[in-house]
Design a protein around this ligand. Structure first.
Ligand SMILES: N[C@@H](CCC(=O)N[C@@H](CS)C(=O)NCC(=O)O)C(=O)O
Length: 213
């Protein structure tokens, strides 16, 4: 059993990014193991055969295999920025469900339209805009963050996916009619917290000295 939590992570994975954001915000000391998805380490598959990242192995033997469970666990340890706003819990869940379900499916198609030739790149983008992007932008014209003045779990769980969406066609996003979303995304991504969780680590190999996160 590890003495401190071990996080199996992949730098660019939006699920792993959201987990790292919460763990870093809560200042949980842990060992980070950067995974190459094509060569998942046996140590990861042994505790989590489904083979996705992020996975958090806890010293008490528990293994958290879902990014949202890792965020919740981290914020139970400490929530210094008040990301868990109880009164907004149902809306938080709705926004995250829409993001993780239909929006993520469209994002994958928008990123890799050649793998989904039923419709075009532009069709997938239009659908993602109508499903999610326009609504997020509208919310952010009313308040600087999704659920009010300050960032909460919803902002942190969703921003890594909007970052990916923006990167698919950065020129289009830069002039698309979603200025409030653009400002919000820049604020999230440029924040010291976000920048710190995007540090680069070499791929973990068994026997490596622990990498502190
Ligand atoms: N529901 C999972 C999804 C995690 C997920 O799908 N991660 C991707 C990377 S972004 C992955 O590990 N895919 C496995 C693979 O590509 O082999 C969570 O929230 O943690």
């Amino acid at each position: 059993m590890p003495q401190q939590p071990i996080l199996y992570s992949f730098r660019r994975c939006p699920y792993a990014i959201r987990a790292r954001l919460a763990l870093k915000c809560a200042q949980v000391p842990l060992e980070l193991r950067e995974v190459v998805l094509r060569h998942k380490p046996q140590a990861l598959l042994a505790i989590s055969p489904k083979g996705t990242v992020p996975v958090l192995q806890l010293p008490d033997g528990r293994v958290l295999e879902q990014s949202l469970d890792i965020m919740d666990w981290a914020l139970q340890q400490a929530d210094p920025e008040g990301w868990q706003i109880d009164r907004a819990a149902p809306l938080t869940r709705d926004l995250i469900d829409r993001n993780d379900g239909p929006f993520k499916a469209l994002l994958d198609r928008y990123k890799y339209p050649e793998r989904h030739p039923e419709q075009t790149f532009f069709d997938y983008r239009d659908q993602a805009v109508e499903l999610c992007i326009r609504d997020l932008n509208q919310r952010l014209t009313e308040t600087p963050c999704l659920l009010g003045d300050l960032p909460s779990l919803a902002d942190m769980a969703i921003a890594p996916f909007i970052r990916q969406f923006a990167q698919v066609d950065a020129d289009w996003f830069a002039s698309a009619p979603f200025p409030a979303l653009r400002i919000w995304l820049n604020q999230r991504v440029e924040s010291p917290l976000f920048q710190s969780v995007m540090a680069k680590y070499p791929a973990w190999q068994p026997g490596d000295a622990p990498t502190a996160f």
